[in-house]
Ligand binder design. Structure first.
Ligand code: GRF
Length: 207
């Protein structure tokens, strides 16, 4: 059984998509164990506890608790819930913090993130706005493992979304989000079924 933690900062719609897929039996052998947020008002915290009946934990950050000082509190919560570096999986789902190298190394290739663009294009914040301003005709979303850079780790799955002349940041974001809700559960399922192999930068999916 794979113990799963989801880290959120906001709405948590990707978290909901993953948890629903587990609840509906589309993803097997995964035990959602804890939802953690840096933001006490994150909407997703309520659905995690009220709809999915999961333990939730807020880990507040202040100026003193940056980088690894902050992340080691997260790691301690993960371990308390059985999400260990050996056998756990950590999904970042709109978690608005950069993960420290110590955390990344500890959970090597066991932390996933979703990004609303076709990486390596448009990393960082407001990827949909960046795509519109650049004038690309196609963008999309990417699920990747987290490495020590920003949005730079090995790519697991990607899905394209067309950009129309009429698209605004909002319309494009909602089209991409719809695809995110399918891509992230698929990635977790592949991981849980042990179908993912990472060699250097490349991720191979075994069917
Ligand atoms: C998503 O667009 C995701 O790609 C990005 O942050 C957003 C989170 O949305 N990393 P939600 O909290 O899952 O609804």
């Amino acid at each position: 059984m794979l113990n799963l933690a989801i880290l959120i900062s906001g709405k948590g719609s990707n978290m909901n998509a993953i948890l629903s897929a587990v609840q509906e039996g589309e993803i097997k052998n995964v035990k959602p164990s804890v939802v953690i947020s840096n933001n006490p008002s994150a909407l997703g915290l309520r659905s995690a506890s009220e709809i999915f009946r999961l333990p939730t934990k807020v880990v507040l950050c202040n100026k003193q608790t940056k980088g690894w000082d902050y992340d080691k509190q997260i790691v301690s919560v993960l371990c308390q819930h059985g999400v260990t570096p050996e056998s756990g999986l950590v999904c970042l789902a709109g978690f608005m913090r950069i993960i420290s190298p110590e955390f990344v190394r500890r959970y090597n290739m066991r932390i996933m993130n979703i990004h609303p663009a076709l990486l390596p294009s448009f990393p960082g914040l407001r990827a949909q706005k960046q795509a519109i301003e650049y004038g690309v005709k196609v963008t999309g979303c990417t699920v990747h493992f987290v490495d020590e850079g920003v949005d730079s780790g090995p790519i697991i799955l990607q899905k394209t979304v067309c950009v129309l002349d009429s698209d605004t940041e909002e319309t494009l974001s909602s089209k991409i989000l719809k695809e995110e809700h399918k891509l992230y559960p698929r990635s977790v399922k592949l991981f849980a079924e042990d179908k993912i192999q990472v060699k250097g930068r490349k991720v191979f999916i075994h069917n």
